[in-house]
Design a protein around this ligand. Sequence first.
Ligand code: ZN
Ligand code: ZN
Length: 337
Amino acid sequence: MRIPKEMRAWRTDGEGHRALRLDTVQVPTPRPHELLLRVRACGVCRTDLHVTDGDLPAHQPWIVPGHEIVGEVVSVGARAVGHAVGGRVGIAWLRETCGSCRWCRCGAENLCPESRYTGWDADGGYAEYATVPAAYAYRLPVSGADLELAPLLCAGIIGYRALCRANVPPGGRLGIYGFGASAHLTAQIALAQGAEVHVLTRDPGARRLALDLGATSAGAADGRPPVLLDAAILFAPAGELVPIALAALDRGGTLAVAGIHLSDIPRLDYQRHLFHERTLTSVTSNTRADGESLLRLAGRLGVRATVTPYPFEGAADALADLADDRVSGAAVLVVED
Ligand SMILES: [Zn+2]
Ligand SMILES: [Zn+2]
């Protein structure tokens, strides 16, 4: 396969998503343990906004965002095992961990202090080509459209970990606060597993999508669900919803905060928000095992992403639409041949 020397890539310099630039740069050379992919689709995640807009500290002076990458392997490093040219693989947010710290050694590589991330520490998928350490690349099923698989790679995986962290009892009542890309995939898994789902979001379009997918109720983000909840997941990056969601929990319930970034949490009241053994927990990245489980489950349960496609040239528009809540489901960049 002929690999060109140059490619088009969207890059940010930390001056905000409106300063994202489409540049011509060198196609990266994979290191011995890496794969080179021709990018076919890349999901647009809220974390990309946190990277471009400086909510997360810059790790590189210039960075290509994007960490929901579906691509075709076009080159395999000399020490990259388990992958072959022509395979369809996914690149996700977790890019590399140290493999030797106490978290890595006990199955909690998501907590590795040396972990590195795609589209933050290393260039991501808003480009025609991207590299990935082979050990962190996901083999994807041969069926399924690229643009429907892309959102699974972060929105799907992080939502799945959040669902696990929320400890929904069998047949339990799950509240979902915020209903974007991650939430609409997570709701499908929870419903397929027998949970009763209540969605709370400010966007009327998202409320309609929630009901279409089978949610029992869909109301305003700061409203009260019709029943007390056994578990809740906060997807909206809005700290002011934390006490509201905690107050909606039944005794023994858990609130999992799924985002990497959250605005300030207002003062909590011990009796109203935490007593009766309610649990408040965060969700930090994911392990590769989470990713493998989510991809397997999504296939078995028929989880389908609702996708708003954008041409590759429209990356800046996609981020602006996401920032202004104009995206239904998941925004995905589609890279044409
Ligand atoms: Zn480690
Ligand atoms: Zn993401």
